[in-house]
Write a protein that binds this ligand. Structure first.
Ligand SMILES: *Cc1c(COP(=O)(O)O)cnc(C)c1O
Length: 390
């Protein structure tokens, strides 16, 4: 990927559109073909074009990996069949007896994977409030091998100071992984803040159109890349070429979509904060949000996710709002062009035991919005109509 001026690194938008891709040399096709093949013919035994078997590698996947690595400013990107498959491969690089310290406010599936899948294999995990440096200090043990950071957190949109935690971890030889799904590399680049690994569910903003499941791990560490490539080959959580193609089409407009997601979310957060029926609004872009200052330091903008509770925090009233929007669709997931409304307690975070949920500050009446790129007036009118009924 070169700009006319070879000394200048291309800007984010140029990388989003072009990185990892060259016109197809045999036809000039501007989009990388969907290499729907399981194997590759060799000229002589062991003499091939760099591709032997499609579980291990595929040219459409290579193009996607080149694109995602460029967006995260990483030397390597390894694409997986889903976000949890990416996380699964990363945790399989640990050993029985190792310990993970993770945020207590995170993607429910990550909690389930750490506790219910890896727990029985002897990998322990502690879930704590990562915005509290003393809580992090208190959770570290000599066995701790990995800090797992999500920021902004899901669903309370707390902001974790990535650089501060990376400094703390490095001093003790602990690796840091950041799940950057909510922020995307357009808003935040954890490797530049000191992280060893960045994980994405590309299902969300990177794909951006709610039509594909995928994941990726980005890293500058050659040892980690080698371990992850070994796991793709040996455990097989490979993404298909069609899915890689769709994700690659999504990333071309990531910067444009994120600008609108952020703009719309900021308008909605301000509107809700001033609404008489709304209690607390969780959005790091609000000046009085506890994460505002750290977010301003480590993020370009504040993202497209907004959570809130009603002033009258009853489950019944929250369910009324959740069932009465028409533009916001009631669904799990996030990061697509369309706006979604979600009830973490019964939907995305139902796999976390209720007591742990409440302890983490995640109330039964919390409502989470994934603000899409529709006309913001329609989104505000939709929420107002649903709120009027409570
Ligand atoms: C959705 C999500 C995941 C899991 O990704 P899948 O692609 O659904 O497997 C992980 N982390 C976060 C923050 C997510 O939102």
């Amino acid at each position: 990927m070169h700009t006319p001026d070879r000394d200048r690194r291309p800007g984010f938008g140029t990388l989003a559109v072009h990185a990892g891709q060259e016109p197809d040399p045999s036809t000039g096709a501007i989009m990388p073909p969907i290499y729907q093949t399981s194997t590759y013919v060799q000229k002589a035994p062991g003499e091939h074009f760099g591709y032997e078997y499609a579980r291990v590698s595929n040219p459409t996947r290579t193009a996607l990996e080149g694109n995602l690595a460029a967006l995260e400013g990483a030397r390597h990107a390894v694409a997986f069949a889903s976000g949890v498959a990416a996380t699964d491969a990363l945790i399989k690089c640990l050993r029985p007896g190792d310990h993970i310290v993770a945020s207590n406010d995170l993607y429910g599936g990550t909690h389930r994977l750490f506790r219910q899948v890896f727990g029985p294999f002897g990998i322990r995990s502690s879930f704590i409030d990562m915005t509290d440096p003393d809580a992090v200090e208190g959770a570290l043990t000599p066995e701790t091998k990995l800090l797992w950071i999500e920021t902004p957190t899901n669903p309370l949109l707390r902001v974790v100071d990535v650089r501060a935690l990376c400094d703390k971890a490095r001093a003790r030889g602990i690796d840091v992984a950041v799940d950057n799904t909510f922020a995307t590399p357009y808003l935040q680049q954890p490797l530049a803040l000191g992280a060893d690994l960045v994980v994405h569910s590309t299902t969300k903003y990177l794909g951006g159109h709610s039509d594909v499941i995928g994941g990726v791990v980005c890293t500058n560490r050659d040892d980690w890349e080698e371990k992850l490539r070994f796991l793709i080959k040996s455990a097989g959580a490979a993404p298909g070429p069609m899915d890689c193609f769709l994700t690659l089409r999504g990333t071309k407009t990531l910067h444009l979509r994120m600008q609108r997601h952020c703009e719309n979310a900021a308008r909605i957060a301000e509107h809700l904060a001033a609404h008489p029926k709304v209690g607390r609004v969780y959005y790091p872009g609000l000046p009085d949000d506890p994460g505002h200052d750290v977010a301003r330091r480590q993020m370009r903008d504040f993202g497209g996710m907004v959570s809130f509770v009603l002033r009258d925090e009853t489950l019944e009233k929250a369910l009324h709002v959740l069932s009465n929007t028409t533009v916001f669709a009631l669904a799990e997931s996030l990061g697509g062009v369309e706006s979604l409304i979600n009830h973490p307690a019964t939907m995305t975070h139902a796999s976390i035991p209720r007591e742990e949920r409440l302890k983490a500050g995640l109330s039964d009446s919390l409502i989470r919005l994934s603000v899409g790129v529709e006309s913001v007036e329609d989104l505000i009118a939709d929420l107002d109509r649903a709120l009027a009924g409570v």
